[in-house]
Structures are given as structure tokens and as C-alpha cells.
Write a protein that binds this ligand. Structure first.
Ligand code: GLV
Ligand code: MN
Length: 197
């Protein structure tokens, strides 16, 4: 989804630009072998949170050598029963492979058709660009998924926090009307996602 490269590489100089979209290249004389390796997906992500999920990101911001190359990867750790909650990536199609565990993967099309399947280690899935999807650990043990994106910076719109954890918050009456619920229910949900009540 990203533009085609104009150079062999352009290791991002993250400090040089105030912009998070178009990074200048680190001077080639300062580029070393080490720039092209990233250890950030080696260890288990922290799953001690509301959802039991830890997402470790290998994108241009954490692994600057990905700059201009149009791809990135994540490691998703899920505690037993853990959920990577419904979200979408505005700038990339996602593909993934289950490394450990038993995972329910699902996405919904723009026509509101729901596709899902339970996957075992070695099985792969694809989530078309921009569609809302989730992964849930439906096995007894910890689970790991490796995901890949055709963008150096796919972005993530995480529905629960986008709607109920925005700062400043979306007006209560909008959320109450959206979900056809009382604003006390809106407050109850917001209290879990960090929005002031
Ligand atoms: C999984 O859906 C991920 O975005 O890494
Ligand atoms: Mn995703």
C-alpha cells in the first residue's frame, strides 16, 4: 500500500523529522549491518491488561530500516482467553500466521458479512485492508501470532478505545444514541477505557 522505493534503502532518521509520515534517510555512511536487524519481536508481550493481549510492533517507528520498504510485522501474544479486540488498519492489508495456540480469527466486510475460523499453529490468515477484525485465544495455553502488513506504518483503529477512550471524549449523547443505550451505560464502558466520566 505504500509508495514504491526510490533507493535501495533509507534507514529512517527518526530524530531528524517532526513528521511521522515521511522520514529523511540516515546518512549511508552511518548505516551499519545492525540497522537491518530488530530484536523487538523476540520476547513475549505483556498480556496483563483488560484484554489479555500484548502487541509488539515492528514498524518504521521501532525498526527504522523498514522506512520506504512498504512492510512491517507485529507479534501478538494472547493469554488464555485473551482477545485482540476489534480493530482495523487504515493503511494496510494484514496477513498472519499462528505460531502457538488455538486462535479464533474473524473479520467483517463493508457489507457486514462476518468471516471467521479457528486456526492452529502454522495456519495463516489474511485481513483485507481496512476491515474490522479480531483474534481470540480459544485454547487452554498462551498463544502467539506473527502478523505482517504491506505498510511501514499500518496504523490501528481500535474500536473500544477509539469510541470509549478518546481524549477528549466523544459526547455521551452521541455514544448513547449510536448504540441505543442509556448514558449511564456509556459511562460504565468509558470508565474501563480511560475516558473521564
Ligand atoms: C493483529 O491483528 C495485528 O494487528 O497485529
Ligand atoms: Mn490487526
Amino acid at each position: 500500500a505504500d509508495p514504491d522505493p526510490l533507493l535501495d534503502f533509507c534507514v529512517a532518521d527518526l530524530n531528524a523529522s517532526p513528521s511521522f509520515a515521511n522520514f529523511p534517510c540516515k546518512p549511508t555512511t552511518n548505516v551499519t549491518f545492525e540497522d537491518f536487524f530488530f530484536d523487538g519481536l523476540m520476547k513475549e508481550g505483556n498480556t496483563s491488561n483488560l484484554f489479555g493481549v500484548g502487541v509488539s510492533q515492528g514498524n518504521v517507528l521501532t525498526f527504522p530500516a523498514l522506512n520506504m520498504l512498504g512492510l512491517s510485522m507485529n507479534r501478538v501474544d494472547l493469554a488464555p482467553n485473551g482477545l485482540n479486540p476489534p480493530h482495523s488498519h487504515p493503511r494496510a492489508t494484514e496477513s498472519g500466521v499462528v505460531i502457538n495456540g488455538k486462535i479464533l480469527v474473524g473479520f467483517v466486510t463493508t457489507g457486514n458479512v462476518f468471516y471467521s475460523k479457528v486456526l492452529n499453529p502454522g495456519q495463516m490468515f489474511v485481513i483485507p485492508r481496512g476491515l474490522v477484525h479480531f483474534q481470540k485465544n480459544v485454547g487452554e495455553k498462551k498463544a502467539v501470532i506473527i502478523t505482517a502488513f504491506n505498510s511501514q506504518n499500518p496504523g490501528a483503529v481500535i474500536l473500544p478505545t477509539t469510541l470509549f477512550g478518546a481524549q477528549p471524549s466523544i459526547p455521551d449523547h452521541v455514544l448513547a444514541q449510536t448504540f441505543q443505550i442509556d448514558s449511564s451505560v456509556v459511562h460504565g464502558i468509558e470508565s474501563k477505557f480511560g475516558s473521564p466520566i
